[in-house]
Design a binder for this molecule. Structure first.
Ligand code: GLU
Ligand code: ZN
Length: 476
């Protein structure tokens, strides 16, 4: 008995989904796939589904699933249906849909669209190698295609547990339009009969991925280009079952700056890795949004503006380059846009060394110069830590400015409450110095560095005793 619960929907409802396998940390390629599908639904007021493809029990884990949900929420995505939210196509974990798959597999068996295959892994491997050695692409040899009922009984009597294999009709073509790649044609002669149920009873990817899209009413699938060649098999399954296929779009792969598929050595860790380094979701989203997608709108976009600007007509075919420099420039913008409260939350650990009364002044002073919480921590050490030690060149600059310079500076700092204008006026009067000759020694003495945030606000955040102490050191 088939219980095809087609989603009740109007013609116009767009339904997209993200269908990860919880077998590891969410990497950037999958995060982008999730974002694109989310935006596609969002821009048209449609539904976005999170479906967990965990039929591979050995590689899937609940811990990965939990991390996945946390990562997606952190990225700012939400879904109308999913394992944690429920919905009318529940359950949303494929491991809980085995009974449902069994009905459809039975139907494939009964109609002859699929057949039991008794080949052992060793036999299949041998056949594969033989074909490769003969210079042919390896394909299922068709060994069990035409077994009689008696032959099947015989194999089962010998304890062989069959897989269920889909029968691909030879001499035909599978034709479809890909949103990104345009018209596609695949000869069925190039597609070997493939497994829809493994010997352990679990449903295979081609089968459950396709069936679930149909049962959940998915209208659009955006996914990685590595799945393009899987699509014909999935369309064959859907056709054999009389189910409606979604429209597919296969988005380009993400590569590193050397053109190789993105990996850890490109400085591109998992989404969680980026979050731990202090990247803001707004920055990550804005970079992902532009990987393989060329929106007409520039600048940092909030979620709704991003959904509006998302355009499947602007998905590109060439590999998309992940660029840490670009990501960091989005990050810089995102940090500038934080409210003081959000900044304080973002850099909470780094701000532990900052006296609460100085926090607002300190944030205002360093914000233009920080990209990561580590930068905030570094400036907190400069302003609130021990007096800095100078490089040899720094010492020379300070010595050259002389004792009178710093004597005037320290007195003015104490009298004015760290007012840079008052300090420079006093030093100018005492020494006749101006421009860099005036500012550089001050900055060096106060911060130990010859670069950094604007000095006036930084100095205002600095405890007065510290400023005085740092200036008076060189007054003698
Ligand atoms: N579980 C598959 C993957 O993570 C889903 C592919 C798809 O989106 O159809 O690659
Ligand atoms: Zn076989």
């Amino acid at each position: 008995m088939l219980h095809a619960k087609m989603a009740p929907m109007t013609e116009a409802t767009l339904v997209s989904r993200f269908a990860p396998s919880p077998t590891g940390a969410l990497h950037l390629g999958n995060a982008r796939t999730a974002l694109f599908n989310f935006l596609l639904a969002r821009r048209s007021g449609g539904r976005f589904i999170l479906r967990i493809e965990d039929t591979d029990a050995e590689r899937s884990s609940d811990a990965y699933l939990e991390a996945l949900v946390e990562d997606l929420r952190w990225l700012g995505l939400d879904w109308q249906e999913g394992p944690d939210t429920g919905g009318h196509s529940a359950p949303y974990r494929q491991s809980e849909r085995t009974g449902l798959y069994a009905d459809f597999q039975e139907r494939l068996l009964v109609t002859g669209a699929a057949y039991p295959c008794y080949c052992t892994p060793a036999e299949l491997e041998l056949s594969r190698r033989t074909q490769l050695a003969a210079g042919r692409p390896p394909r299922y040899a068709g060994t069990c295609r035409e077994l009689t009922a008696a032959q099947r009984r015989d194999r089962e009597a010998h304890g062989l547990v069959p897989t269920l294999r889909f029968r691909v009709q030879p001499g035909a073509e599978v034709v479809f339009d890909d949103i990104v790649h345009g018209p596609q044609r695949f000869a069925t002669d190039d597609i070997g009969d493939f497994i829809v149920r493994r010997a352990d009873g679990s449903a295979a990817f081609f089968f459950c991925n396709a069936v679930d899209d149909a049962l959940m009413g998915v209208s659009h699938v955006l996914r990685g280009e590595d799945h393009l060649a899987n699509t014909p098999r999935q369309l064959l399954v859907l056709k054999a079952l009389g189910l409606t296929a979604p429209t597919y779009g296969h988005v380009s792969m993400i590569v590193g700056d050397d053109g190789a598929p993105l990996s850890k050595r490109h400085g591109a860790p998992s989404l969680a890795g980026l979050r731990e380094r202090g990247y803001l979701a707004l920055a990550v989203r804005n970079h992902l949004f532009r990987l393989g997608h060329a929106p007409a709108v520039q600048g940092t976009l909030a979620i709704d503006a991003m959904a509006e600007a998302f355009d499947i007509g602007r998905l590109g075919r060439s590999p998309a380059r992940f660029d840490l420099v670009q990501l960091d420039s989005w990050q810089k913008e995102a940090v500038h846009g934080l409210t003081d409260d959000a900044f304080a939350r973002w850099a909470r650990a780094a701000l532990a060394a900052v006296p609460p009364a100085e926090q607002a002044a300190f944030i205002a002073a360093v914000r233009p110069n920080v990209v990561f919480p580590d930068d905030v921590a570094a400036w907190a050490r400069v302003v609130f830590g021990d007096a800095p030690s100078l490089s040899e060149a720094g010492v020379a600059v300070v010595r050259d400015a002389g004792g009178a310079f710093f004597g005037a500076a320290a007195a003015a700092a104490a009298a004015s409450g760290n007012d840079l204008a008052a300090i420079t006026a006093a030093v100018r009067e005492a020494t006749g110095r101006k421009g860099p000759a005036l500012y550089k020694p001050l900055r060096l003495a106060l911060t130990g560095l010859d670069h950094g945030p604007e000095l006036a606000p930084l100095l205002r955040a600095m405890p007065r005793a510290k400023a005085r102490e740092r200036l008076i050191r060189y007054a003698g």
